[in-house]
Design a protein around this ligand. Sequence first.
Ligand SMILES: [Zn+2]
Length: 520
Amino acid sequence: MADLSPARAQSTGAQIPTLGDTSTMGSSDERRLGDRIAREIYRDPDYLDDPVLAEYVQGVWQPLLAAARARGDLSPELAERFAWEVMLGRDRTVNAFALPGGYLGVHLGLIAVVSNRDELASVLGHELSHVTQRHISRLMSKQGQMAPWMIGAMVLGALAAGKSADAGNALIVGGQAVAAQNQLNFSRDMEREADRVGFGIMTEAGFKAQGFVSMFDKLQQASRLTDNGAYPYLRSHPLTTERIADMQARQGLAAPGPVKAPLTLEHALVAARARVLSNVDVDALRAWQLDAASAGLSTQAAPRQAGVWYGAALAASQLRDFAQARIDLEHLRGLVTGDASATRLARLLQAEIALRAGDAAGAQTVLNTLLTAAAAPGAVTAQDQASTTRRPELLLAAQIALQAGPAGPTDPAGGSAAIAAVAVRLQTWVAAHPRDAQAWQLLSSVLGAQHQTLRALRADAEAQVARLDYAAALDRFKAAQAVSHQQHGGQAAADHIDASIIDTRQRQVQSLLKEQTLDR
Ligand SMILES: [Zn+2]
C-alpha cells in the first residue's frame, strides 16, 4: 500500500498549496492513482479517441498548459510528473472533470454546447487549476486511510454515477466508499480559486475573457431551465452567489460587446461531430436528416446550416446510407467555401465517409487535395512535410492504405508503396508521441501488412503500454520473443536489433507491471 501520510507528501517536494489545508497527497502517489483510474477509463467502451475532436480540444488544452507554466501556476516538477492528458467520453451530458495525476475528462456534450474555443478554454482552464492548485491531492489525502485501489474505485464510481445511477451503484464498492463519495466535491473556496486562477490562465493563453462571461451565462441559463441531469457540470459546480458576484466583477475585465458569442463555422462543424458521436442511436441519427430537411434551415446563419449538414452527412454514413451522405456533403461544401479550417474539416469528413463506404481510392483522392492545400504555397521540403503532419490526416492515410491493401501501386520490394510510406510516417509520429495508442495500433496493422511480424507485435505491445495495460503488453512482447526464437538461425541483422529492443522493453514493462500490482 502506498503511504499517503502528509509527512510523505512533504518529503516528495509537493507544491505548497495557497489555501489553508497543507496536507496533500504526494505528486508521485497522485500520478499512480491517476494512472489506475485512467487505465479503467481507456477500457470503458464510452472512451473515445476521435482524431478530429481530440485535435480540437488539444488546440485549447496545450495553450492553457503553456500559459499555466509561464505564469508559474504549474511548477516544472508537476509539469514533468503528471500526465496532462485529456480523455474524451462519448456522453451527451455537459461535463468536464479533473482527475488525479493530471488527467482531465471531457464529455462530448460539453464540446457540443460551447460556441467557440474561448468558452471551452474557460471550462478547461478552471479544471486545470484544480490540478495545479493541488485541490485534487488535498481531497485525496482526506481518504488517507484508504488503499489507493479503493480511492480509485470510488472516483470511478462517482464518474459512473454521473452517467447513470445504476452503473454507479455497481462500481461503488462497500459502504465506506459511498460515505466518502460526498468528500470528492471541492470546497467553495477551491471553486473560487479555480475560477480566479483559471480566468488568469485562459486570458494569458490568448483566449478572450468574453468566453468566460458567455460560458457562465450559458450555465446560468441552463441552471434555470434544465433539471434533467443534462448538466452534471452544474451539480459539481453550483453557481453560488459568491461565484456570481466574482463573475460580475470579472465581467468588467471582459471587452464590451454582446455576451452571446458568435458561432464560428469551424466550431459549428466540431460541435455537430460531437453531437452525432455522443448519440449513435438509430433514431438520433435519423433525426439529423429531418433537421437538414426542415423548411427554416436556409434562413439560419451559415454556421448553423453548415453544422446541420455536417451532422446529417456523418449520421447518414453511420447508418451506412452513403448516397444520402454524399448529398449532405454537397450542401456542406457550398457553405464552407472560403473558410480554410472549415473546408479542411469538411474534406476530412468526405474522406472518412468514402473510406467507410469502401472507396479507398476516392478517400485517397480527397486526402491528396487536403495535403496539397496544406503544402501550398511554395515548395515543400521533407522536413516541412514532417512538421506539418497533422494527426487526423495521418491516421486516415494509414486506414486508407490498409483498406486499399496490396492492390495499390507497388514499391521495389513488391509491397504496397502507400503502406510503406505510411509506415515511415507513423514511425516518426510515435517516436514523437509515444503515448498515442491509436497510432501504435495502426502502425502495428501496417507493419503486419508488410509481414514484419516482430515489429508489428512490438507496436501492438506499445499500444497496450500507452493504454497502461501492462499485462496485455507483456503478452505481446512474449509472443514477439517466441517468434524471434523460432526465426533463430537465419536471422537478419535488422531482426537482431528488433529482438534486442523487444527484450529491453519486455523487462521495463515487466517491472512497471510489478509496481502496478504491488501498488494496492
Ligand atoms: Zn471546479
